[in-house]
Design a protein around this ligand. Structure first.
Ligand code: AMP
Length: 196
């Protein structure tokens, strides 16, 4: 059973690594960013509500985001494990997630922190902006998102560090090297890939 969270600044490669790890460990990725983008693309009610917020790189209100995550985690495929990507993103959301998990007698098993210097994140985000054309990948919005990461999201690491569940992974290197670092860290916690 693996209940994992992957955290890192935008451009740290957490989306890519999260998908690889979730696939290997047989758990679904629960990415709030992906859920919001999907809803914006399909022009749903939720999409309309969050469109301008995400375009500015600001955070969607905690209550709304929490509700979406809880609904997703209640689905059958997340019963035995999941990999959260992009949630929680501030200490209020940590509290909401704790409450939800403890009601179910569950807790996070590991927090994978992808460590990437701000300069490197900026470089990767600028490249992604050129390649994918995401509307929240413009220079001003990127800077705003990195500022919010540093002021709001970085403090959640301290909370989880006090619980002894953070694995700090050097996020600079090849995709395979970084995946291997994550596997090694998880194995040290007794979290291993299911036999295929
Ligand atoms: P991401 O792909 O994780 O960078 O998320 C894209 C955007 O979705 C963010 O810049 C926020 O506007 C919004 N978002 C994603 N996750 C959250 C969250 N946990 N709380 C609030 N807003 C979020």
């Amino acid at each position: 059973m693996s209940r994992l969270l992957i955290v890192g600044p935008q451009g740290s490669g957490k989306g890519t690594q999260g998908a690889v790890i979730a696939d290997e460990y047989g758990v679904p990725v629960v990415s709030t960013g992906d859920i919001f983008r999907e809803n914006i693309k399909n022009d749903t009610e939720l999409g309309q509500k969050v469109k301008s917020i995400t375009a500015a790189g600001d955070l969607v209100p905690d209550e709304l985001t929490g509700e979406i995550v809880r609904d997703r985690l209640r689905e059958d495929d997340a019963a035995d494990g999941f990999l959260l990507d992009g949630y929680p993103r501030n200490t209020t959301q940590v509290g909401h997630l704790d409450e939800f998990l403890s009601e179910r007698g569950e807790q996070l098993d590991a927090v994978i922190l992808l460590d990437v210097p701000r300069e490197e994140s900026l470089k990767r985000l600028t490249l992604r902006a050129e390649q994918e054309g995401r509307d929240d990948d413009t220079e001003d919005v990127i800077a705003n998102r990195l500022d919010i990461y540093e002021s709001e999201t970085a403090p959640i690491i301290d909370v989880y560090e006090r619980r002894g569940i953070v694995d700090r992974i050097d996020g600079v290197g090849s995709l395979d090297e970084i995946t291997e670092r994550i596997r090694t860290a998880l194995a040290a916690r007794g979290i291993v890939r299911p036999a295929s």
